[in-house]
Design a protein around this ligand. Structure first.
Ligand SMILES: *[C@@H]1O[C@H](CO)[C@@H](O)[C@H](O)[C@H]1NC(C)=O
Ligand SMILES: *[C@@H]1O[C@H](CO)[C@@H](O)[C@H](O)[C@H]1NC(C)=O
Ligand SMILES: *[C@@H]1O[C@H](CO)[C@@H](O)[C@H](O)[C@H]1NC(C)=O
Length: 246
């Protein structure tokens, strides 16, 4: 019966090695923190973390006590990281909380994310951040549907005043550009064909995940500014890398 002992012994050794390497990782990679982000842990890392900690595709910067993330060559401030639903909430650095005249510096829409077009083909879409909460068909069917964690805010520059469509939210007096004869409007949600007005063009598009923007609700620009201050969530869920698989 000696072989039973050997097998048992090897098995215990294996088990032990398995668990101790996880413990080692947790031990040698305690969460980092920066400003109000108190837990930065795998797959995220800060530049100065030990090399083996986190994933370099998910490196965050910590500058002047502010955590930021580079996304499509723009830098966003990190507001929070949700390790339960694999989302990170970002805000455009141009948006200031107590100044409704402050605007996003960057334009961003779901068309920037490769999974917008490729969400059934993981191989062609290896960007670290995605527009959809779940990218695997298996998980999508379990969850019911594809779900975007954000909606668009569209800024429109119009040659005339739009008064017959309540989706066009007047940005005055926050954005005081109306003097040149143009009117700037903001719209929450997607610009669909029936809402398009001749004489208006899209100036920029940005994202928000603020739940205070209800459908068909009459909005004021103050509310839209609140939504910009809250920021938007993107997903780091990845089937390829195994983040999010339990
Ligand atoms: C950095 O942010 C934390 C949390 O907001 C704060 O407690 C700390 O005093 C800040 N440090 C500096 C140097 O500003
Ligand atoms: C508010 O934001 C606008 C646009 O960025 C800027 O011109 C203005 O100086 C800001 N006002 C304050 C009080 O910071
Ligand atoms: C609105 O569009 C006009 C014409 O293209 C342009 O001259 C003006 O600067 C724009 N205004 C803003 C605030 O973008």
């Amino acid at each position: 019966m000696w072989w039973v002992l050997v097998v048992l012994f090897s098995f215990t050794l294996l088990l032990h090695r398995g668990s101790s390497s996880i413990i080692d990782q947790e031990h040698t990679c305690p969460p980092s923190y920066c400003g109000k982000i108190s837990k930065i842990s795998s797959p995220f890392r800060l530049k100065d973390d030990p090399k083996h900690c986190g994933d370099s595709s998910y490196e965050l910067a910590c500058e002047n006590n502010i955590t930021s993330l580079y996304l499509y060559s723009a830098k966003y401030y990190v507001q929070s990281i949700n390790y339960n639903d694999f989302t990170i909430r970002l805000v455009d650095p141009g948006v200031q909380q107590s100044n409704c005249s402050s605007l996003p510096l960057y334009s961003l829409s779901r068309s920037n994310f490769c999974d917008t077009y490729n969400h059934e083909d993981d191989d062609n879409c290896n960007d670290p951040y995605h527009a959809f909460l779940a990218r695997s068909r298996r998980i999508v069917s379990a969850a019911g549907s594809h779900e975007l964690p954000f909606k668009h805010i569209v800024y429109l520059n119009c040659t005339h005043q739009v008064t017959d469509n309540h989706k066009y939210v007047n940005t005055a007096p926050c954005l005081n550009w109306n003097s040149k004869g143009y009117s700037i409007y903001a719209m929450a949600g997607d610009l669909v064909a029936q809402d398009f007005q001749v004489g208006c063009h899209v100036k920029s598009v940005t994202l928000t995940s603020w739940s205070g923007l209800q459908r068909n609700q009459l909005l004021t620009y103050d509310v839209i500014h609140k939504a910009l201050v809250y920021g938007f969530e993107v997903s780091w869920f990845s089937c390829n890398k195994g983040y999010g698989l339990r």
